[in-house]
Design a binder for this molecule. Sequence first.
Ligand code: FES
Length: 184
Amino acid sequence: MELNNHDTMQITINNKQYEANVGDRLLDIARVNHEHIGYFCGGNALCQTCYVRVLEGGELLSPLNEEEKALLSDNLVSEGTRMACQTTVEKPGTIRIVSVVEEVKQMFEHEPLQLAGYAGKMGWESLVKLPDTLGLQSKRELDLFEVLADVISAIGGAFELIGRACTSWCCCITGNCGCDAKKG
Ligand code: FES
């Protein structure tokens, strides 16, 4: 997960700016920076929780690979959706992405009534790709121990994120962070 030392650039993930390098995988950039992104299978193209929407700089990223072609519907691709575990930065420039889990979180907080429609849409997009998805996964020879290790690492990372969120919430409640959450 170490970042390279050449072609340093800026990438915006979920409205926050980070440094990245040509050759970095989107999932790794997000994880190194503790950004909100799904990665339950540890980056093995199994869980489909690492989807991101590319808002800017899609041409700077690696082309869709076999896994993405099998899992992402034409609709999702046309909306700029990529799998963060399968996509790397290929050229320096400005890249802006938002993770699908962050989009869902924002929707839950601000427009909860839209969640059902959104879930239905994503379910439909998965359904239309089901034959391709099954075809891809049946061809793959996965090292189960490696996948298990990745999943355990992903779960550890998820707990770390939850821990950070709880710590910042506790700081807010006790008034140690200086934000406005305690007021009212
Ligand atoms: S599909 Fe699981 S992390 Fe990308």
